[in-house]
Design a protein around this ligand. Structure first.
Ligand code: HEC
Length: 200
């Protein structure tokens, strides 16, 4: 006996759900902290330029990749030129600093992570994250990262999480300049929501 015959999905509805499921982002996260096999050339280059401890990708300035951000609060979700989608996460230290509007300075231990995907649009005009592109870190340690205003920058690209930069001070030329625009207002961070939680 059919209990809910009217609940049968039309072909078009099934197609919409299939498109949606196909575009789900989870499978596109870098899976874990262990480096996957890279092509031989990529690996040689990586070995030449970076120290490796327990196979966790490390930026030339010492910022280590970690999966922890996947459990943190989301500070923002945005798209750039309709080409990429970005999710920015913050650990408790930075979330508390934002809530307290403590930007000068944001305390040591704060970490902000931005994950970037290609943006795909299905035939119904819905957008979702496609292929994983890179994940970018900003780690606050005033003593360690004096040359870049106390922030340790890092970028890990592709599913292989290849670290960006050839020398420890790559961020002086490649990263800090834009972020200085936000120095006073929000402690060098762009993605700062007005209030993450309303506690009232
Ligand atoms: C051309 C200017 C520019 C440069 C250079 C730049 N950034 Fe950013 N960055 C931005 C903007 C704008 C945002 C906010 C928009 C967004 O989410 O993409 C941002 C956001 C971020 C965030 C999220 C935290 C925040 O401030 O919102 C991280 C992490 C980050 N960038 C890391 C890096 C790293 C690592 C480098 C160097 C490899 C770098 N950035 C170089 C402009 C820049």
């Amino acid at each position: 006996m059919k209990v809910h015959p009217e609940a049968k999905l039309s072909d078009q509805e099934i197609a919409v759900i299939e498109d949606y499921v196909r575009a789900l982002p989870d499978k596109n996260y870098p899976k874990d902290t262990v480096r996957k096999k890279t092509s031989e050339d990529e690996f040689k280059l990586w070995k030449k330029n970076h120290i490796s401890i327990d196979s966790v990708p490390i930026s030339p300035n010492g910022v280590r990749y970690s999966d922890d951000f996947k459990n943190w609060k989301v500070l923002s979700l945005n798209t750039l030129y309709g080409e990429t989608m970005r999710v920015t996460y913050g650990n408790d230290v930075v979330v508390n600093a934002i809530e307290a509007e403590q930007f000068d300075p944001i305390p040591d231990g704060a970490i902000v992570v931005k994950a970037v995907w290609e943006q795909v649009e299905n035939k119904h005009g819905e957008i979702s994250p496609g292929k994983f592109i890179n994940v970018q870190f900003m780690v606050k340690d005033a003593k360690k990262y004096k040359d870049t205003e106390g922030w340790g920058f890092a970028k890990f690209s592709t599913q292989n999480l290849i670290p960006y930069g050839n020398t420890p001070n790559f961020a002086v030329t490649s990263c800090i300049s834009c972020h200085r625009l936000k120095a006073k207002e929000t402690g060098y961070l762009f993605n700062v929501p007005l209030k993450i939680n309303t506690k009232s």
